[in-house]
Design a protein around this ligand. Structure first.
Ligand code: NAD
Ligand code: UDP
Length: 316
């Protein structure tokens, strides 16, 4: 069971978002027909501009929390629909829980009906504020079930459990990928995440708002690498969960300084209050992805940041 290559027709839920739109573009470059299902809650048609006039691409604007069908054959369902930035899921707590619960069930039902492989875009947030570092897939996590991040973390944990149950009880061919922090063009300047916020601030000459003392760490993966990992997981037979991320770890203060330098900015650093339950350390162990998918990130961090800064500077 498992592995779809070549993929003739794929459904991408959340395909108008940051990661999803790059995924749609890559699938089309590889000759796969794509049906994107997105309610545009946090995504936009602007992300899909490269698909204008593309006969192999269809956008269906609908909420995956309502049962949905897609006409014709489908080989692969890639389920990404969910608010993803802490700002977004704080603003949309119920939508986030529903996307993880009903949305995942509806996407799994579609894969079941079509006999398609199903990929769940889960997250490093299932590890919560981790007590094990770096995080391997064997770690069960440290999540506050009633904290300010719980709507997202628990929705994804439930989505993983649901995906596992559909695999066991209904025989759906599934794979769970746990994406770590991803950055690149098409992040929204106002989405509140560290990279777009610091880049926007540095380009405007405004202070860079570093939370706490900035000693918390993240490991940032360029979006092209993340998309490559997602497609490698779709094409393999492994059910996961499998971590997809870049193991190069840095503190948030170092990230702010690096972005400021690459922007040629004289912005100051402003230390602001640290959000509650903000994870202290995050770095993926990607041994499983290397062994089972033959995947590892390839884009150098400074190069990825430079491409991202260039994109933001063109937004005007
Ligand atoms: P995003 O907000 O840019 O994209 C999410 C997309 O899902 C948007 O286009 C949004 O409109 C759509 N959506 C949300 N709820 C929906 C619903 N009910 N019905 C239909 N569409 C809906 O976020 P992103 O950063 O591109 O993240 C994409 C996926 O990857 C998410 O599932 C997220 O949890 C996961 N992920 C992302 C990261 C990251 O660093 N970007 C890290 C870990 C996991
Ligand atoms: N962060 C920050 N300033 C900002 C936005 C984020 O210092 O303006 C910090 C945030 O507190 C966290 C880290 O950067 O420690 C990564 O945050 P992000 O929202 O990008 O991702 P996540 O918390 O989901 O990993």
């Amino acid at each position: 069971m498992g592995g779809v290559l070549p993929v003739r027709r794929a459904v991408v839920t959340g395909g108008a978002g940051f990661v999803g739109s790059h995924l749609c573009d890559r699938l089309r470059e590889e000759g796969t027909e794509v049906v994107c299902v997105d309610n545009l809650l946090t995504g936009s048609t602007g992300n899909l501009r490269a698909r204008d006039g593309d006969p192999g691409f269809t956008l269906e604007v609908r909420d995956v929390c309502e049962p949905f069908d897609v006409a014709g054959p489908v080989d692969l369902v890639l389920h990404l629909a969910s608010p993803a930035s802490p700002h977004d899921y704080a603003r949309h707590p119920l939508e986030t829980l529903r996307a993880g619960a009903q949305g995942t069930a509806n996407a799994l039902d579609l894969a079941h009906r079509k006999g398609a492989r199903f990929l769940l875009a889960s997250t490093s947030e299932v590890y919560g504020d981790p007590l094990v570092h770096p995080q391997t897939e064997l770690y069960w996590g440290n999540v506050n079930p009633v904290g300010p991040r719980s709507q997202y973390d628990e929705a994804k944990r439930y989505a993983e459990a649901l995906t596992t149950a559909y695999r066991g009880a209904r025989g759906v061919d599934t794979v769970i990928v746990r994406l770590f922090n991803t950055y690149g063009p098409r992040m929204r300047p106002e989405d509140g995440r560290a990279v777009p916020t610091f880049v926007t601030q540095a380009l405007a000459g405004e202070p860079l708002t570093v939370a706490g003392d900035g000693s918390q760490t993240r490991s940032l993966c360029y979006v092209d690498d993340t998309v490559g990992g997602i497609l490698a997981a779709a094409a393999a037979t492994h059910p996961g969960p499998v971590n997809l991320g870049n193991p190069v770890e840095l503190t948030i203060l170092d990230l702010a300084r690096r972005i400021r330098e690459l922007c040629g900015s004289a912005s100051e650093i402003a230390f602001v209050e640290r959000p509650v339950d903000d994870p202290g350390l995050r770095r993926p162990d990607i041994a499983l992805a290397r062994a089972e998918l033959g995947w590892q990130p390839a884009v150098d961090f400074d190069k990825g940041l430079a491409m991202t800064i260039d994109w933001f500077s063109r937004l005007g």
